[in-house]
Design a binder for this molecule. Structure first.
Ligand code: SF4
Length: 487
């Protein structure tokens, strides 16, 4: 039952807040303004004229009633940011906007989706060991995800998901939601990994591992580094070991060294020999040389074979980022003695560093839009899924391009750094709120059972905030149109 006072009920999410005049609901996204339920953030429209620095042409005079004609062109794209939701999903999306693009009538359907099934995939460019695979990742002490398979030069985390949002304690769900929201809004978050490191993650910024900011990601694995730089070492040194947690490379044994005619040096490496000049597991994972736990590279060497080694043999040991390096010469008893790095080798070490790209954190939001929000687009929801799969409907997230996973549903990923500021929100169910737009031709929209009676022009919007479209994001109209098959 509603309360006796003049509070109004918000039905934009399952929480169903009663909001008193002048107050906001639990998510701070809706408020009671003079008895009206209003979405508090401005509705965002992307403008390509602004991006180019052109003067902006206003929409049709707002005082005019819409006469039913389609207006607005490819310069403007209405996003779902600030648009509101379709919840409880039996009603059409908040905005179904028409436009004419190069003679083709287009429609963009926008809604702020409430995603209980969502999370982020985090790519952290570092060789340093953050924690064993499958280890729990915690924020504020609560489990919010896990370490997943590492990729080339990067460690990967999988955070969020319905199990952490809804399957654990209330606090776990709240902290998970808060962590996802911060990461999606490109804010810094401190994460601790069970049995591993503490890492500060912020989209588009370098990771900070155990208090140390990562500068560069590795140039490649140890074997790849040998291949890339073998020629530059020829004649300047007798052997090179590139220390790497995954594949440690040895120049004289490696195929690159063989083809360059580099003679055997009698070097012997601890660890598991995979193929000539390529060794696995020379040490344990860590945050020292090449993502291993070794501080002194000599610990991975066994005694040199006297049949091949010789006094004065020159050996360079270097990590995959060039951050650590040491130069040795063998004494009369074939023991390595550290010496200053010769000038001739300085350049090659500097070249390794130069080829290491800046280390960054990348955050991809991943959500499932194949559920009830489709009913806001069409009366027959599966037709929308089919239209997306057939590339007739283009999906964007705040105007940013998304990758839609093959298979069932509309499960998509988007790089949060390509989205406008303040694009995300939350509701305390807990779930994340993210913008989603579907763009297609008017004809295709009618064919999939779209809510044609609710199509209206951009000029019918009462208030909106225009911001520059990101130049790196292709216009959603261009892709939707070009994806249209011949008929
Ligand atoms: S949490 Fe926000 S969206 Fe949900 S009912 Fe309350 S005010 Fe409305």
């Amino acid at each position: 039952m509603p309360p006796e006072d003049d509070a109004i009920r918000c039905d934009a999410c399952p929480v169903l807040c009663y909001i008193k005049p002048g107050r906001t609901g639990a998510c701070d996204r809706y408020g009671n303004h003079d008895g009206q339920l209003v979405r508090l953030d401005p509705h965002v429209v992307l403008d390509r004229a602004l991006t180019r620095g052109d003067s902006v042409v206003p929409f049709l005079g707002r005082e005019q009633d819409w006469d039913g004609k389609i207006v607005s062109g490819p310069e403007t794209f209405v996003t779902a940011i600030g648009a509101g939701t379709t919840y409880p999903d039996y009603k059409p999306a908040p905005f179904i906007i028409s436009s004419e693009v190069q003679g083709v009538d287009m429609v963009t359907v926008v809604t702020e989706g409430i995603f209980s099934y969502c999370g982020v995939k985090v790519k952290i460019d570092t060789d340093r060991h953050l924690g064993p695979e499958t280890s729990l990742v915690r924020a504020q002490g609560e489990p919010v995800g896990h370490v997943t398979t590492s990729e080339y030069g990067s460690q990967m985390l999988s955070l969020g998901g319905v199990r952490h949002l809804t399957g654990g304690s209330k606090h776990e769900g709240t902290v998970t939601c808060e962590t996802l929201l911060k990461l999606c809004e490109r804010k810094p978050v401190e994460l601790t990994i069970d049995g591993g490191a503490t890492v500060q993650v912020q989209a588009g910024k370098p990771p900070v591992v155990d208090g140390v900011q990562e500068e560069r990601m590795r140039v490649g694995c140890g074997s790849a580094t040998i291949g890339m730089f073998a020629k530059q070492w020829l004649g300047k040194v007798d052997d090179v070991v590139v220390v790497d947690d995954h594949i440690t490379g040895v120049l004289s044994e490696h195929q690159a060294g063989k083809l360059l005619g580099i003679p055997e040096t009698g070097i012997k490496i601890k660890g598991r020999r995979s193929t000539p000049g390529r060794y696995f597991r020379v040490a344990e994972p860590g945050t020292a040389w090449g993502g291993t736990n070794i501080e002194d590279p000599l610990v991975i060497l066994q005694e040199f074979n006297p049949k091949s080694a010789w006094p004065g043999l020159r050996l360079l040991m270097v990590s995959t980022t060039g951050e650590q390096h040491a130069y040795f010469e063998l004494d009369e008893k074939l023991r390595p003695v550290q010496k200053d790095l010769p000038d001739g080798l300085r350049e090659s070490v500097a070249r390794i560093k130069e080829n290491c790209e800046p280390a960054l954190c990348t955050v991809l939001f991943m959500g499932g839009a194949g559920g009830s929000l489709r009913a806001g687009v069409t009366e027959n929801p599966v037709r929308l899924t089919q239209s997306v799969k057939n590339a007739l409907t283009r999906v964007t997230c705040g105007g940013a391009p998304v990758y839609v996973w093959p298979g069932g549903g509309i499960t998509f990923m988007v790089d949060v750094t390509r989205m406008p500021d303040n694009a995300f929100g939350y509701v305390p169910t807990p779930a994340l709120v993210a913008p989603i737009e579907f763009t297609l031709t008017l004809g295709d929209y009618a064919a999939l059972g779209g809510h044609m009676n609710h199509v209206r022009p951009l000029s019918s919007l009462l208030s909106e905030r225009r911001i520059s479209a990101r130049p790196e994001n292709a216009s959603p109209f261009s892709s939707a149109k070009s994806a249209r098959p011949e008929r």
